[in-house]
Design a binder for this molecule. Structure first.
Ligand code: GTP
Ligand code: MG
Length: 191
């Protein structure tokens, strides 16, 4: 797959031209956003991955397939150790992106299958409805659970999630690549 990094941007005036459909990736710090993008585009380290949460603090734009589409790695939220000022600027940065980016078709919202859905996740999912953007929910790191643990987590998560959206979450692992084809299918359905 033909992919390249376009640029990092902190605000609307620095985004690349909105000349092709765009899909963004969001979720809590360290949840695996960059890893998921790398699996989708078959690159080991296109989007930077790290074990230090909160590394990706700007919006990172990637071009895919001869200007066919743009992927955006959004900064992670909910990192406990960032100062309040940084948390506030995250909210502003992401909300104005969702609000003003007309070529944005859908956001892949990535949640850790082992954790409960957070207020930040809920807030983001509500923004998507408000700004008329598609939602592709993903539960990631499924390789960390055995079959029995998985059943229990799905049961626990379903009651919260079904109240937020009718979209069924994709089960994904960056390690086994499970769920990759389904995420591409959902992305294509929004283009
Ligand atoms: P920030 O940009 O810092 O917010 O993090 P991120 O959401 O981009 O997460 P990143 O892709 O950097 O992954 C964080 C850590 O989780 C890394 O150590 C990854 O190797 C690991 N990781 C990501 N996805 C998976 C997965 O599906 N399974 C397992 N076992 N580990 C994963
Ligand atoms: Mg990242």
């Amino acid at each position: 797959m033909d992919v390249s990094f376009i640029k990092s941007a902190f605000n609307v005036s620095h985004y690349p031209p909105p000349d092709r459909p765009e899909i963004a990736f969001a979720g809590k710090s360290n949840v695996g956003k960059s890893s998921l993008i790398n699996v989708l585009v078959n690159r080991k380290k296109l989007a930077r991955t790290s074990s230090t949460p909160g590394r990706t603090q700007a919006l990172n734009f990637f071009n895919v397939g001869e200007d066919r589409l743009c992927l955006v790695d959004l900064p992670g939220y909910g990192f406990a150790r960032v100062p309040l000022k940084v948390k506030a600027s995250w909210g502003k940065m992401v909300e104005s992106y969702l609000k003003y980016r007309d070529n944005l078709k859908a956001v892949v919202v990535i949640m850790d299958i082992r954790r409960n859905i957070s207020d930040d996740d809920i807030n983001l999912i509500n923004w998507l409805a408000e700004y008329n953007k598609g939602l592709i929910p993903v539960f990631t790191k499924v390789d960390k659970l055995n079959r029995k643990e998985m059943q229990a987590r799905l049961k626990a998560l379903d009651s919260t999630f079904s109240r937020l959206s009718d979209e069924k979450p994709v089960l994904f692992s960056a390690q086994t690549r499970e769920g990759r084809d389904e995420i591409w299918k959902r992305i294509d359905s929004f283009l």
